[in-house]
Design a protein around this ligand. Structure first.
Ligand SMILES: *Cc1c(COP(=O)(O)O)cnc(C)c1O
Length: 396
């Protein structure tokens, strides 16, 4: 299961995206890692494998390539692939024990909140929903049993940014881990492990896959022992992706840098247009210089391969609050032509949604209120003139 050492540690981000774990196939010279559509592997003698592969729940060469590639992109040692982002998150949570406590960002993906509130609680794992931009709230949330801080930055759907390095320090001072869901930023904008996080998690369904044609999840970790424990549970619980899905994520990752730059450029222009629009009360976008989280987003993004939001952009997610309240928000999402009304994000095509009634409906009753006038955009890489025109007509 060795991976060809075809890349150097000093190679640039896109070189790693295109080559890490993806040396030409030694048997045929195939430039693209084959889709190893096999469940099992022949052995020369009992326990004597050809190349370390025995059964595809445990290991599959297409998956190995993806795992090696994402580890390289995140600046980490070990990558692990899963059937979905939620399978990755659930498997990571097998590291927790009954009685453990988790500080959970109050602005996380609805499915993550649902996992903690509706599933893990039954196994004795407790959590406190916490505003991770509020230092006093974080201090108050810690208990002697706190084992993990879980955050997303930028967050979903409010696009708040949290100081990854400071939270890693706080977690470690209290003997806890820091896990960062890096789905929104992608490793092209920020690399949390370089800022001290213990785990990076992705829904590969979003920017990494990038084309809205695959569901997948990833974890990256530096610590060898933690990686081994997660790999044990990856195999024991079995939430693994098939080789075709690994291939699609690998293919998407090759263009991550160019896509992220274009997502960021289109999103910046849309955020600027919305800021000036009379129908909009407030625009939430970390790339706007006067956004309250701009400085923290910049600091987090210094861990990215370009080291700068000015060169890399600030991602493709833009939220806004409609001045006309919920009725207007619902009217806008029904009126766009190119922005498709749909959940999910991170694909080349633009999407629009109403978080209160769609992606974040599972937060109902959590005490966290999603403003019913909030609209979330996943800005795609279509021609910006068309996207601006589409939003203008929907807002008119
Ligand atoms: C979509 C998403 C998830 C869940 O991933 P799936 O691939 O849908 O299981 C987790 N976190 C964030 C931030 C997401 O956007």
């Amino acid at each position: 299961m060795s991976n060809e050492h075809n890349v150097h540690p000093t190679d640039g981000f896109s070189t790693l995206a295109i080559h890490a774990g993806q040396a030409p196939d030694p048997q045929t010279g195939a430039v693209i890692v084959p889709i190893y559509q096999t469940s099992t592997y022949a052995q020369h003698a009992v326990g004597q494998t050809y190349a370390g592969y025995e059964y595809s729940r445990t290991h599959n060469p297409t998956r190995t390539a993806l795992q090696t590639c994402i580890a390289a992109l995140e600046g980490g040692k070990h990558g692990l692939a899963f059937a979905s982002g939620m399978a990755a998150i659930a498997t990571l949570c097998y590291l927790l024990r009954p009685g453990d406590h988790v500080i959970l960002g109050d602005d996380v993906y609805g499915g993550t909140y649902r996992l903690f509130s509706k599933v893990l609680q039954h196994y004795g794992i407790r959590f406190t929903l916490t505003d991770l931009t509020d230092a006093a709230a974080i201090t108050a949330a810690f208990t002697p049993e706190t084992k993990l801080i879980w955050l997303e930055t930028p967050s979903n759907p409010l696009l708040k940014s949290m100081d990854i390095a400071a939270l890693a320090e706080q977690a470690h001072a209290r003997g806890a881990w820091l896990a960062v869901d890096n789905t929104f930023a992608s490793p092209y904008l920020q690399r949390p492990l370089l800022l001290g996080a213990d785990f990076v998690v992705h829904s590969a369904t979003k920017y990494l896959g990038g084309h809205s044609d695959v569901v997948g999840g990833l974890i990256v970790v530096n610590d060898d022992a933690l990686a081994e424990r997660i790999a044990f549970h990856q195999n024991a619980a079995g939430g693994v992706p098939g080789p075709q899905d690994c291939f699609l994520v690998l293919r998407g990752i090759k263009t991550l840098a160019v896509r992220m730059r274009q997502h960021g450029e289109n999103a910046r222009q849309i955020a600027e247009m919305l800021t000036k629009h009379p129908a909009i009360e407030r625009v939430l976008y970390p790339g706007l210089p006067n956004d309250p989280y701009h400085a923290i987003a910049r600091r987090n993004q210094e861990s990215g391969p370009t080291g700068s939001g000015d060169r890399a952009g600030f991602g493709g997610m833009v939220s806004f609050i409609a001045r006309g309240g919920e009725a207007q928000a619902r009217a806008i999402v029904a009126k766009t032509r190119l922005f498709t009304l749909a959940e999910s994000l991170g694909g080349v095509e633009s999407l629009i949604e109403h978080p209160g009634a769609m992606t974040h409906a599972s937060l109902a009753g959590s005490g966290v209120e999603i403003d019913p006038a909030l609209v979330r955009l996943s800005v795609g890489i279509e021609d910006i003139e068309d996207l601006l025109q589409d939003l203008e007509q929907a807002l008119a």
